[in-house]
Design a protein around this ligand. Structure first.
Ligand code: ATR
Length: 280
């Protein structure tokens, strides 16, 4: 890679940012396509987020990803929100169009593209989504856009699931016919009605976390996605029972693919990015 006066600068803002895999696979994509560009991790202290986003314009940074804990607060500091950001209430991608900042959410796209590696057709499916935080909203947006029949939205704090449905109702009038908010204790009851199970909570990150439900109740016809970046206990049980399953890497890959395409207008080299992600 040769840097010169015309090298385009991209990056990621997060706190902490050192665990991010995006610099590795975005750089691989730039190299593969021979683009004169770099992708840099920026550790931004929470009190400096507004200044950091203003600096995108000042420094003529072409685009950034936004990660934890800034995906929601960043909405306040960009000039325009794309449709999915308005619905989900979170963004993970900013494009700088000659000093005009547009916010996008590519997480929902990443989730759906990843899921389609396991399930060709999502339309008409019934899904159990566990968790009602930021990640869950992007997952739900993707599922709704692809035309699922039913979402059981299960959360430890049921009120948060109810609030999520209300939030989606501001944009989709009939959404309360599709999404049912339920408690964790109701999961056992709905398991027989669902095709796909998605964990969006942090449960499973630590090996001694208590399970969200009795994982032995999974059936081989279930497709199980955990957006955590490892083979969690949920996924281990899914594998043992013979379910199709997936960890968080495909979602991570495809959100990055979409960000790359939004920034560069070029088709992303997906397999090169996947290799960089899995080996980096
Ligand atoms: P993110 O933006 O990554 O989704 P978040 O907004 O902090 O993170 O949401 C975390 C999710 O994990 C929530 O659904 C949370 O449940 P509550 O709303 O009841 O807090 C869920 N979660 C975290 N720890 C949990 C646990 N030990 N058991 C069950 N759910 C848990």
């Amino acid at each position: 890679m040769k840097l010169n006066g015309e090298t385009a600068v991209y990056g990621i803002f997060g706190y902490p940012v050192k665990h991010s895999k995006s610099p590795t696979f975005q750089t691989a994509a730039f190299l593969q396509l021979g683009l004169n560009a770099v992708y840099i991790p920026f550790q931004v202290k929470p009190e400096n987020l507004q200044k950091a986003i203003e600096s995108i314009k000042i420094l003529d940074i072409k685009g950034v990803n936004i990660t934890i804990p800034f995906k929601e607060e960043s909405l306040k500091y960009v000039d325009e929100l794309s449709e999915e950001v308005r619905v989900v209430g979170a963004l993970n991608t900013i494009k700088n169009l000659d000093g005009y900042l547009i916010g996008y959410n590519t997480d929902y796209h990443g989730f759906v593209k990843g899921l389609k590696e396991l399930e060709e057709k999502i339309e008409g499916k019934r899904v159990l989504v566990i968790g009602a935080g930021g990640a869950s909203k992007a997952v739900i947006y993707g599922l709704l856009k692809d035309g699922v029949d039913k979402i059981y939205l299960s959360n430890r704090t049921v009120q948060r699931a109810v609030d999520t449905v209300q939030k989606f109702k501001e944009h989709y009038r009939l959404v309360d016919k599709i999404i049912n908010p339920i408690g964790l204790e109701e999961i056992n009851r709905v398991l027989e009605y669902v095709d796909i199970i998605v964990n969006t909570t942090s449960v499973g990150l630590k090996d001694n976390d208590s399970p969200l439900f009795d994982y032995r109740k999974l059936k081989p016809h279930h497709t199980v996605v955990d957006i955590i970046y490892k083979k969690t206990e949920l996924l281990q049980k899914a594998e043992a029972i013979g379910c199709k399953y997936q960890d968080g890497y495909p979602m991570l890959l495809y959100q990055g693919v979409r960000s790359f395409e939004i920034w560069t207008g070029r088709e992303a080299p997906v397999e090169v990015m996947r290799q960089a992600l899995l080996s980096g």
